[in-house]
Design a binder for this molecule. Sequence first.
Ligand code: GDP
Ligand code: MG
Length: 298
Amino acid sequence: MAFKSGFIALIGAPNVGKSTLLNTLLGQKISIVSPRPQTTRNRILGVKHLPSAQFVFLDTPGVLEPKGPLHKAIVHTALKTLSEVNLILLLIEPFSLEASLPSILLTRLDRVQTPVFLVINKIDLIEKRKLLPLIQEAKALHPFAEILPISAKVGDGLIELESLILNYLPEGPPYFPEDMVTDLPERFLAAEMIREKVFYHTSQEVPYGVAVTIESFKERTDKPLIEIRAVIHTERESQKAILIGKEGRMLKAIGSKARHDLEVLLGKRVYLELWVRVEKNWSRDPKFLKKFGIEEPI
Ligand code: GDP
Ligand code: MG
C-alpha cells in the first residue's frame, strides 16, 4: 500500500474540544485546553505517525465574530488555514447546532473545495437517541463528506475517525521526521503551559489580558535541569496584583502547576522563574501581537 499523508484542519467554535481531540489523537499534550473559550491563540501543528500514513493536524483558534485587533488576528489565522489543507474536521457540540456552528464558518466553508467532516464531539454528555435528529439537521446545512459522533475526552469513535481520515488523504511522502510531534519550539510550548495555568487560576477578563514570553531557556550541561525565566504580561496594574496574589500565593500556584507540566513535556527537571509585568494595551498593539507570536490580519 502506498504511503499517504496530508494536512487536516481542526476548526469550530470556541470550547468544542479541538485541542482536546488533537492531544488525544497524538497521545501527547501539545495544545492547551481550558474550560473557557479563546484559549488557543495561534495555529498549533501536531503530527500523528502511522505505519502507512502521516496525519498533520492543525489546531486552530475557535472562530467567533471578531472584536478588536486580537480577535481579528485570531479569526484570520483560523480561516486562512481552510484552503491550505486536504481535509477539514469541523467540530461541534451535541447540544445545539446553532450554538456550536458559527454562521461565519458555514459561509466560509461554502467557498472552499476541501472535504469537510462534521465531528460531533462530547457525545459522552448526551443520550444516544438525541444524535440522529442532530445528524439529520446537520445534513441540511452543508454537503459534509462524513458525519461522525465522537468523544475526544473518553476516546469514543476515534478509531473510526482515524480510518475515515486515511480514506480521504492523498498518497504522499512523510512531511516530518518520525520523532517529530509538533513544529512548535519548546519555548513556545513552555509559554503556553504557563498561560494555561493562568486560565485555570484566574477568572473573568484576567486570562484574556495575559500573554507569556520566555525570556530565557537554558539547558544545564552539568545536570538534567532546564532553567526557564518567563514573564506574564498583563494589561493593567490591577491584573498584575491578582496574578501575584496575596503574599505571592497566586504566582506560586501558577508556577508550581506549570513547572509540573513542563517537566512532563520536556522530560527533565525544570527550574521556573516567573515575573509579572504590565504592558498597557498589548492586545491592541500590532507590535506586541507579533512579539507574542500572534499573526496579524492582512
Ligand atoms: P477548544 O476551544 O475547541 O480547543 O476546546 P478545548 O479542547 O480547550 O476543550 C474545551 C472544554 O471541553 C475542556 O474543558 C475540555 O475538557 C472539554 N471537552 C473536550 N472534549 C470533550 C469530550 O469529548 N467530552 C467532554 N465531556 N468534555 C470535553
Ligand atoms: Mg483550543
